[in-house]
Design a protein around this ligand. Structure first.
Ligand SMILES: C[S@@+](CC[C@H](N)C(=O)[O-])C[C@H]1O[C@@H](n2cnc3c(N)ncnc32)[C@H](O)[C@@H]1O
Length: 299
């Protein structure tokens, strides 16, 4: 490598951890103020992993309980310690089954976005972006998101650095790059969708799903799993959320894995499942669009 300016450019490129590949070439020079500097990889966390886990468990558990009609069959197949966590509901559910007609029960089940609102006091949804020609974005539709809250998740297939993603990546604006080079393909169409579905089927244990594939449809089970639609900040629209990586711990409750919107492309490497959540950088009010930062420089 020659010295002088070229060497410094090379050093800068190596430090540069791009989030969305097609944006590098097109937009970096237009938006220098939207670069995010991170002191070192390990410090790229706004909130602790425990807080992320706590929020996911709270939301997933509420979704599980809301859907208990369908889940009770699944529970009967799970080990006793898992069943006993929901024993009170099993009894209650049996009682309810005897009392209520099917139609009435169905009316009583809340929509996932209402469960999110009841659990975290806000809900989020996709809508036409407030930015011209930016397609769709993600908005706070109800309530207030307090600073430091997990507001969304980035769904998709998780690829290790060395795994083949060439065909999936052609013209795909939904490939997210983690700080360690792991890639997440959050595209809900085409070959990306086929790959996710196939991995999801591969990992399923009988009726027990290890991840959620409903984010590929219009009937999303996990209302947080829309983070791939969050648009990039600009010079006059500052970022109000940021990405934070989260590795799912080995003791994550098995019955709640069905709400995880990520799946590993390959089962060869027994590393924890990588998820990415979006965390609020400030209080975000009802009606506001979420903006993240697609560029990160690690120094
Ligand atoms: C990860 S996707 C976000 C979802 C996208 N808005 C959609 O509707 O599919 C990234 C793409 O969104 C668009 N985008 C994101 N931020 C933008 C911005 N600040 N201005 C214009 N377009 C933007 C670009 O087309 C980019 O390739």
């Amino acid at each position: 490598m020659p010295g002088g300016p070229l060497q410094s450019l090379w050093r800068r490129w190596c430090r540069y951890k791009y989030r969305f590949v097609p944006w590098i070439a097109l937009n970096l020079n237009n938006n220098p103020r939207t670069l995010r500097y991170v002191p070192e990889e390990s410090k790229d966390k706004i909130i602790s992993d425990e807080d992320v886990l706590g929020t996911l468990l709270k939301v997933f558990q509420a979704l599980f309980v809301n859907d208990f009609n369908k889940q009770s069959d699944l529970l009967t197949m799970l080990p006793e310690p898992v069943k006993s966590k929901y024993q009170h509901l099993l009894g209650f559910e049996h009682h309810r089954m005897n009392l209520l007609e099917n139609k009435y029960q169905q009316q009583n089940i809340s929509k996932p976005e209402d469960i999110l609102y009841n659990t975290l006091c806000f809900s989020v949804a996709r809508g036409t972006s407030s930015l011209i020609s930016a397609g769709r974005g993600v908005f706070v539709t109800k309530g207030l998101v307090p600073r430091g809250t997990v507001v969304s998740m980035y769904p998709g297939t998780v690829y290790q650095k060395y795994e083949p993603i060439f065909f999936q990546s052609i013209g795909n604006p939904f490939i997210f790059r983690c700080l360690d080079g792991v890639l997440i393909d959050g595209n809900d169409k085409g070959i990306s969708k086929v790959v996710y579905r196939s991995c999801n089927g591969r990992d399923q244990l009988g009726p027990l799903k290890m991840s959620d594939s409903s984010w590929l449809t219009s009937e999303i089970h996990n209302p947080l799993a829309i983070g791939q639609y969050v648009n990039n900040c600009s010079n006059n629209r500052a970022a109000n959320v940021c990405y934070q990586e989260f590795d799912v711990p080995a003791d994550f409750p098995i019955e709640l894995k069905q709400y995880l919107p990520n799946i590993a492309y390959s089962t060869e490497k027994h590393s924890p499942l990588r998820c990415v959540v979006l965390v609020a950088l400030r209080d975000i009010k009802q009606g506001e669009e979420l903006f993240s930062n697609y560029y990160t420089i690690v120094s």
